[in-house]
Design a protein around this ligand. Structure first.
Ligand SMILES: Cc1cc2nc3c(=O)[nH]c(=O)nc-3n(C[C@H](O)[C@H](O)[C@H](O)COP(=O)(O)OP(=O)(O)OC[C@H]3O[C@@H](n4cnc5c(N)ncnc54)[C@H](O)[C@@H]3O)c2cc1C
Length: 427
């Protein structure tokens, strides 16, 4: 490398100094949310790890993290980072055309568009490659017919990441194609589903001759599986930001128009995820509850708490290893599936410990229940961790086959034409 190149290579010090100076000169809490984000993106600080062509600075992960630190330090608002829009951006960055990147990436950062992920169907969840929603090319446009289910946030989405079948004669993984579909059209009908915990995060989505323009096909015709795998990989890494955003951004301490707009945005995006802290088991409440109720003096309860905290701590270390690898730009290792499985184990163990502490009161919902019904909500929400983003059994299969290199599941479904594969529902 030449000396000149070495001298211009960004370092932590130069990046910190540059972003700090820019923020001090430009941060203005009186700007509108979108207006401020436009400025941040124009300066390359909105997505510093992205390529320069798409509004980034090509910075490696650790240096991009320095930019975030400085934005937080000065109390400025960052770009939109929660929800399926981040999975959409990651997927389009990897597989999108320049037209798609130009149309969608910037708006994903400003937060102007809301997205949903149209993968699961009544007959294909774990077996995602068995999707039967149909896409047919007619007069240069793709016509979509079929049904999706469990689609988080579809009720307020502008765009959807759609996996649909374009070829029934190829083996199942090879007949799928990935599209970006406009959710605000008459051929798309969204019905909210009510869950047993009272929330309504998911939807059924029905397509009746819905249309997708040819330029919204992502990747190759028949190459949808590879594109969907990218989306799922980012989802399992927690790239949807749902875990991180919750508490911090919703804080009411910061006063000003831009913060009000950000809070309103977070409230809308996070609405379907309001119960997600409970779904994770609320390990944070365990010690406090045990002390308040005096159960901390029960040796059996103490033992179970110790087991839970050990499990939670080791899961956190696994998650940190995954984040460190990601920050260094390393490919995803086994931490993704191990972490997902660990989160399920922690959530279930936490629900058990909460029950030991609260006894039968744990079943009381609403204000009458312990922690104003939070404990009851934990008990009925934790099963979702073992399902969302790939069930525990599927994670175990992935670990067995890809990490431990054990033999694949028996069966020839993946090699014969999809039309001949037995299915529950007519395709
Ligand atoms: C909170 C939450 C949010 C979600 N959000 C979305 C979303 O936004 N978009 C979207 O498209 N989907 C979403 N989903 C759907 C989710 O991806 C599916 O529920 C999941 O993939 C499981 O599919 P399924 O429900 O069809 O169960 P099935 O696939 O029918 O599985 C039923 C049972 O059989 C087991 N099983 C299936 N196959 C195997 C196998 N090969 N080996 C061993 N056991 C097996 C499963 O582990 C499970 O226990 C969400 C789900 C939840 C709970």
């Amino acid at each position: 490398m030449s000396q000149a190149a070495t001298m211009t290579e960004p370092t932590e010090e130069t990046v910190r100094a540059e972003v700090r100076a820019w923020l001090e000169a430009n941060w203005d809490p009186n700007l509108g949310l979108i207006e401020w984000r436009e400025k941040l993106i124009d300066a390359g600080w909105g997505a510093p790890a992205w390529p320069k062509q798409w509004g980034g600075r090509d910075l490696p992960g650790p240096l991009a993290a320095v930019v975030d630190q400085e934005i937080r330090r000065i109390g400025a608002v960052n770009v939109a980072r929660a929800g399926i829009r981040t999975l959409a951006a990651a997927t389009l960055l990897a597989h999108g055309t320049d037209f798609q990147k130009g149309k969608f990436l910037r708006r994903s950062l400003t937060g102007e568009d809301a997205w949903c992920q149209l993968f699961s169907e009544p007959g294909s969840g774990s077996d995602l490659a068995g999707a039967t929603t149909r896409a047919e090319l007619k007069d240069g446009r793709w016509v979509i017919n079929g049904q999706k289910v469990w689609t988080t946030s579809a009720h307020h989405a502008d765009w959807g990441l759609l996996l649909a079948r374009t070829d029934w004669d190829k083996p199942k993984h090879q007949g799928l194609t990935f599209f970006v579909i406009d959710m605000r059209q008459s051929g798309v009908e969204v019905h909210q589903l009510r869950q047993m915990n009272g929330h309504a995060s998911f939807n059924q989505v029905f397509f009746t001759d819905a249309e997708v323009p040819a330029e919204h096909l992502v990747g190759e015709i028949g190459g949808g599986w590879a594109v969907a795998t990218t989306t799922l990989m980012h989802e399992r890494r927690g790239a949807d930001g749902v875990g991180a955003v919750g508490a911090g951004a919703a804080s009411t301490e910061r006063v000003g128009r831009i913060y009000d707009e950000e809070r309103a945005e977070v409230a809308t995006v996070m609405e379907p995820y309001k119960w997600y802290p409970q779904r994770a088991g609320r390990v944070d409440l365990v010690l406090q509850r045990a002390k308040e109720t005096g159960k901390i003096n029960d040796p059996v309860v103490r033992q179970e708490i110790a087991k839970l905290l050990t499990l939670a701590r080791s899961a956190e270390w696994t998650a940190r290893r995954a984040r460190a690898a990601q920050a260094q730009g390393l490919p995803q290792g086994p931490e993704g599936s191990l972490g997902k499985l660990a989160a399920s184990n922690v959530a279930r163990a936490a629900a058990r410990v909460h029950t030991l502490i609260s006894g039968a009161d744990a079943m009381l919902a609403g204000d009458d229940g312990p922690e104003a019904g939070i404990i009851a909500e934990i008990l009925i929400s934790v099963p979702a961790v073992s399902i969302a983003g790939g069930t525990d059994e599927i994670q175990r299969n992935i670990i067995a086959e890809r990490v431990l290199r054990m033999p694949k599941e028996p069966g020839d479904d993946a090699s014969r034409p999809f039309r001949e594969v037995p299915r529950n529902l007519a395709g």
